[in-house]
Design a protein around this ligand. Sequence first.
Ligand code: 5AD
Ligand code: SF4
Length: 455
Amino acid sequence: MDINYTEKVREIFSRREAPPLCCVHSYGCQQNVNDGERLTGMLCSMGCGVTDDMTCADVIILNTCAVRENAELKVYGNIGELKRLKEQKPHMVIGVCGCMAQEEKTAEKIKKSYRHVDMVFGTFATAELPRLLYEVLTERKFVADTAERENECPEGLPMVRSCSYKAGVAVMYGCNNFCSYCIVPYVKGRERSRKPENIIEEVKELVNNGCREIMLLGQNVNSYGKGLDEKINFPELLRRIDSIDGDFRIRFMSPHPKDATKELFDVMAESKKICRTIHLPLQSGSDRILREMNRQYTAEKYMDIVSYARKKMPGLSITTDIIVGFPNETYEDFTCTLDIMRAVKYDNIFSFIYSPRTGTKAAEIADMTPAEDKSRWFRELLAVQREISDEHYKRFMGRELTVLFDSVYKEEFISGKSDEFIITLVKGDPSLIGSMRKVRVTKTHNWAVEGEIIG
Ligand code: 5AD
Ligand code: SF4
C-alpha cells in the first residue's frame, strides 16, 4: 500500500505552535523556476506557509543549476552561508535539489563537506519530496535520492505561482540532443512531452485567473510531441493554445534551430496571441565549431531560417545564446559568430564563456585556446552587440508597443516587456505592474526603450 507521506508530514507540522514557513530558491533557467513553483506547491500542501526570507524559513530548498561552473560555485557559496542560520535554528530543514543534485559528485560532496544540509534529491525525485522530508523530520538523518528513474511528466502535483500575471507552462521535459558542451541531457533525462489536453487545461486555468502572459517551456520546445499517442507537433500545439479565449499573449522558450520548421513561423505569423519574438540559440557562427558542438545545423541553414522567419514577420525580434571559447576555437571561428550577429541583428544576446562540464564529450577535448583570448573575444562580442543594439533599437522610435509591466526600475520608472520582448520604461505608478498597456516610444537605448502610455 502507498504511504501518504504528504499527510504524515502535514500531521507532524500541525503539532507545531505555528505553521512552518518554506523558502524555495531556484537558480538558472525558467524551467527551474517552474519546477521550484511545484516544490513550493508541494510544501504548502504539507502545511507550510511561504516566505522569501531565508532567515525566517523552517524549510529551505535550493533548486540548483549545473549548466556552467559559475552557477555551481554560486550554489556552494550559498549553501555555505546557510551554516550559521542552521546553528541558530537547529530544527530547520535544508534541502538541495535540481540539476546539480542529479550529478553523482554533488551528493557525496555535500554529505562530506556541508553537514548542515539534510537532504539532496535529483531532478528525477521531485515527487519524492514528501517521503524525504518525512524521513528527515522523523529520523533526523541525512537523506539522498539521486536515482535515475524512467520519468513521466509530473502531472497533478500542486503549484504555487510566484506571479499572478505571467506564468511558465512546461510542455516537455528533458533533452535528446546531446550538444557536446551541455550537461542537461545527463541531469534532466530523455525528452518527454506532456499530453496536449493537460497543457491546455493548465493554460485555461491560468488565463481564467487573470494571467496575461503564458511562456511555454521546454529544453527543446519545437521537438514537442514525440512519443505521445496523439500525433501532434509544436506548431499544432501553438495553434490550439492560440485559439483559447482570453486576453493573453504567448511566448515560448527555447526552440532548437534544427527543429525550427517553416510551419512554426507560419503559425506564428497567422496567430494573434503569439508574440513577435523568438529566442533562437546560435551558440557559434563557425561551421567547424557547430559540428564539434553537435548542433546539427550550419551557419547557412541558420540564416535560411532567419530569412524565412523575417519574410513571414518583417518586424520579428530575435534573441540568442552564444558560447565563446569552445575548445580549440580560433579567432577566425569567433569572427564567424560576429558575422552572424551583424547579419541577424539580435535584439539581445545571452553570451557565455565555455565552461567544461564533467561527463560531456567536449570536456574530454584537450583545449589549446588560451583563457585570456577567450576573455578578450568575449569583451569584443559584447561591444559588437552594443553597437548592433544601438542602431537596431532606433527602429522602435515613435512606434506603439504593447507592454506588460512587471517591476520598478530605479524608483523613477516602471519597467515591462513589449510583445517583441523589448524592455520598456515609462514614468508612472507601481500600480501599473501586472497591467498590459500601449506605449509610444520616445527614446531608445541599446538595452531598452522609453515611452509614454497612450490611451
Ligand atoms: N559552457 C558555457 N555555456 C553553456 N551553455 C550550456 N552549456 C554550457 C557550457 N558548458 C549555454 C548555452 C545554452 C545556455 C542555456 O547555456 O548557450 O543555450
Ligand atoms: Fe543542452 Fe543542446 Fe539540449 Fe539545449 S538542446 S539543453 S544546449 S543539449
